[in-house]
Design a binder for this molecule. Structure first.
Ligand code: TAP
Length: 452
């Protein structure tokens, strides 16, 4: 059996050592899920709803413990980690509304009655990255379970602890054995088995665009359903007519939250040329003011990066020729720290404008007018998120319609609400999670005609 050491990224201390599942154990778990799915879909809708509510309440009762676990495992600030555990609870409560409202249609036809059903798929495999271990897991397993599927969940090797605890809480809440299983292991072993095992009928993958493409190609062999949530290079567009003070004061939090390890990070700031210099003057104190340090400290706003190798990758983006405008602070001593960094690329082809850094590095560029802003915002293979700062409501709507991205915010940097759909355009993904249609991603529509 292979093992892995779980490391606290803020201290570099080993938190625990875990066993990783191999292919045979993964197959056994998938087969257990297949048997459990047959029973779970027969659980009366009201009872399935009640079990999900109990699961949500168990998460709520253990919220502080889950949050502390995430601080230790992923280096998330305690404030963020509490929000993330609370988001799992809320997604489960929202999902608990699904079983009793999974309505089909009765469609008028000649010669009989026609009705549609939303049938569960069977076993759903959810593959989760290390950046938001709790919420991203719940966006998959909440609605999937609600729609009557069994779930096998593979957390990232670096951050398995909260997922494992969520698996225990589901069982304590009364979710039947085998319906929700957490399988720590390598992507190339456990994750790949989700792709190749015929009993897994859908894969929900969140992670890099590169691995997402492999998952999609692998799933194609079995015409397996797939939802992909991939990378981003989102734009924060600041017009001259915006509340410049607020736009500058909030911009660091739109990109440096979770140390920039956020698929929705607004890692390109596009500023109208007439206010470019003023915006940078206002941005500098805001960036220097970001409190970087011990994630367990309530006042901390930014923690460390996830690992030494990830820090080396982030650092590799800053070359000797890179124009660094200014940086924020970072603590001394152990931990995978990297300071908030603001760069001014010269050319549109600069890697800092085209590639996802996934760290606390933001590129600021100037634009001329509305059309130029939309053109630059769309000059990327990605299309996940973005912000528009303006006091002109017409412009806000025009630019929102023009930017090719799945989740935009006006005079705000908020992307994620469990009530609303979430997902990417272009190479940022395929399909949507959350929102009113969440369950439909985990069901097949069946049409039945009854001759009268
Ligand atoms: P990846 O390296 O792609 O890993 C993501 C998950 O896939 C991990 O659990 C990984 O397992 C697993 N995996 C790796 N290779 C696999 C394979 N061949 N088959 C099946 N599973 C495999 O991404 P990451 O570096 O952890 O996460 C960062 C990326 O995720 C960024 O690009 C970010 O933008 C994206 N992301 C997107 C979103 C949304 S919602 N669009 C949200 C968060 C993150 P192991 O790591 O355990 O091997």
């Amino acid at each position: 059996m292979t093992t892995t050491q779980v490391v606290n990224p803020a201290t570099e201390q080993v938190v625990t050592t875990l066993e990783l599942l191999g292919a045979a154990e993964t197959d056994a778990a998938i087969e257990r899920a297949q048997r459990a799915a047959a029973g779970w879909r027969e659980v009366a809708p009201g009872d399935r709803a009640r079990l999900l509510r109990r699961f949500a309440e168990a998460v709520d009762a253990n919220l502080e413990q889950l949050a502390r676990l995430e601080v230790a495992n992923a280096g998330h600030t305690i404030g963020n980690a509490r929000w993330e555990a609370g988001n799992v609870r809320d997604v489960l409560h929202f999902a608990a509304g699904i079983p009793e409202r999974l309505l089909g249609n009765q469609i008028p036809v000649a010669g009989g009655v026609d009705i549609t059903f939303h049938e569960p798929l069977g076993v759903v495999g959810v593959i989760v990255p290390w950046n938001f271990p709790m919420p991203i897991a719940a966006w998959g397993f909440g609605p999937a379970l609600a729609a009557g599927n069994a779930v096998v969940l593979k957390p990232a090797e670096l951050t398995p602890l909260t997922a494992i605890r969520l698996g225990e809480l589901a069982l304590e809440a009364g979710v039947p054995e085998g319906v929700f299983q957490v399988l720590p292991g390598k992507g190339s072993v456990v994750g790949q088995r989700f792709v190749t095992h015929p009993a897994v009928r859908k894969v929900v993958f969140t992670g890099s665009t590169e691995v997402g493409k492999q998952i999609m190609a692998g799933c194609a062999r079995q015409v397996k359903r797939v939802t992909l949530e991939l990378g981003g290079k989102s734009a924060n567009i600041v017009f001259a007519d915006a509340d410049l003070e607020r736009a500058a004061a909030t911009a660091p939090y739109g990109v440096f939250d979770n140390a920039g390890q956020d698929c929705c990070a607004r890692s390109r700031i596009l500023v109208q040329r007439s206010v470019f210099d003023r915006f940078l003057e206002l941005l500098e104190p805001a960036v220097r003011g970001v409190r970087v340090g011990d994630p367990a400290d309530e006042a901390t706003e930014m923690g460390p990066l996830i690992s030494a190798s990830h820090r080396a990758r982030v650092a590799s983006f800053i070359e000797p020729s890179t124009k660094v405008a200014f940086t924020g602070t970072q603590p001394d001593g152990p931990g995978f720290w990297y300071p908030p960094t603001v760069v001014l690329p010269d050319a549109p082809s600069d890697r800092l404008l085209t590639e996802e850094v996934f760290g606390p590095v933001v590129a600021v560029v100037a634009f001329e007018d509305e059309a130029d802003a939309v053109r630059i915002a769309n000059d990327t293979e990605y299309g996940l998120s973005g912000s528009i700062w303006t006091n002109d409501v017409g412009r806000a709507l025009r630019v929102s319609r023009g930017v090719e991205a799945g989740n935009l915010s006006v005079n705000s940097h908020s992307s994620v609400r469990y009530w609303t759909p979430f997902g990417g355009f272009k190479q940022s993904g395929l399909g949507r999670e959350l929102g009113p249609d969440a369950a439909l991603a985990f069901t097949e529509t069946k049409n039945v005609f009854i001759a009268t």
